[in-house]
Ligand binder design. Sequence first.
Ligand SMILES: Cc1ncc(COP(=O)(O)O)c(C=O)c1O
Length: 477
Amino acid sequence: MGSKSITIPALSKIKVTTDEVDLGQDNAGDSQSSAVLLPQLHTKIPNVVNSKGNYLYTDDGLEILDATGGAAVACIGHNNPRVKAAIVDQLDKIEYCYSQFFTTPPVEKLSRYLTESTGGLMSRVFIVSSGTEAIEAAIKMARQYFTELPEPQLQRIRFIARKQSYHGNTMGALGTGSHVARRAIYEPMLSPHVSHVSACYPYRGKNDSESDASYVARLAQELEDEFQRVGPDTVCAFVAETVAGATLGAVPPVPGYFAAMKEVCTRHGALFILDEVMSGMGRTGTLHAWEQEGVTPDLQTVAKGLGAGYMPIGALLIGKKVVDVLDHGSGAFVHSQTYQGHALACAAAYEVQAIMQEEDLLANVREMGDYLGISLQQRLGSHPNVGDIRGRGLFWALEFVKDKEKKEPFPAKSQLAKRLQATGVQKEFCISLIPGNGTADGKDGDHIILAPAYNTTRAEIDTIVDRTEKVIKAVLG
Ligand SMILES: Cc1ncc(COP(=O)(O)O)c(C=O)c1O
């Protein structure tokens, strides 16, 4: 047939330096020499070869302060000896077995911890490997709930989510969120059964003369109107990030917002889903961000702070009301994945949670979070391009504007947030920042997020604020 034979390289011949794989001699991470599909095919990114605490070390000798734990993930810092030992200990027993056939002590322990952390309000846990997978599971669980009610409601196929939201990147999760740029080319393929109402975004959404209460009433009315528009009995659930993260930039809800949203859902028999992939597991100062809102979700997703990056892990927490319906219905969730409930991931996450508890890290999140917020305000509040500084716990964002009075955003094409992030990792600054765009309306507008580890110190916060200020001044003047 004239087929060419390909010689598979011997793994032993792949070049290594000390204990790292050298992808291209002195050009590791370079688009020309890397076999990795880099985020920007033509842009070199730093090659991290080591880490300690909240610092990353690159192959060219930089010591980068990880002020964001990656994407708000590494919440107890890097290279933690206790978590490493827990992983090795579990490796000595069983690394993986198929969750359809077997359970294991780490998945049992982690799930028990999570349900007890909600006082039993969430009564079962479905452990997956990412935030996106947790959201996919939530969407499916919501649908299944309505198919198994004593009087099934098969017409419920719709979801209402919020503008400038992010819920992940598979087709179902992307179709739920509203990140305009990430959706754009896939738009024709995304679910037509999701619609979006305004986020709770006081900086741009609340009128100057409006009280929190009337702003909340207006948003509740908008949700009510959307239920009416699509047909209240066709909606499975309303989905929202408890503290809006990646697309909107660390925006806490105004008081009473979620209670009002849940009331609308309850009135129409729809479920209330909170996505705490970014804001949960301690990031905002309580283990669950909803604890500060006086509401309990029917379904809740968590991920980043659960395993702190030591292993990929996410989870769907399922409220008792939903579990009871399944219990009396088919008795099985119509969804599964090969790596669900991975033993090593669960062992790592359990140890992360033990460390957070034993070291009382949530108290530190609250204290250092307040200090970070005050410091950012003092140092950057009067910068002409810093329109808003907001956040909760160790989850803060700066929103940038061209004109502070008019709150005019920078256009998407200026790629401001991306430039701030890329500048941050240069050797003059050595700080990792999370960039976000589409802040103002899903398309234009920029923010950066700071999400230091829960064990950060005042001295480290001072360094974070110093370096962030320098980066902003270097890029914006
Ligand atoms: C609120 C929220 N949901 C879902 C996701 C998707 O999580 P992952 O990237 O782990 O799939 C993210 C990621 O940033 C997120 O912030």
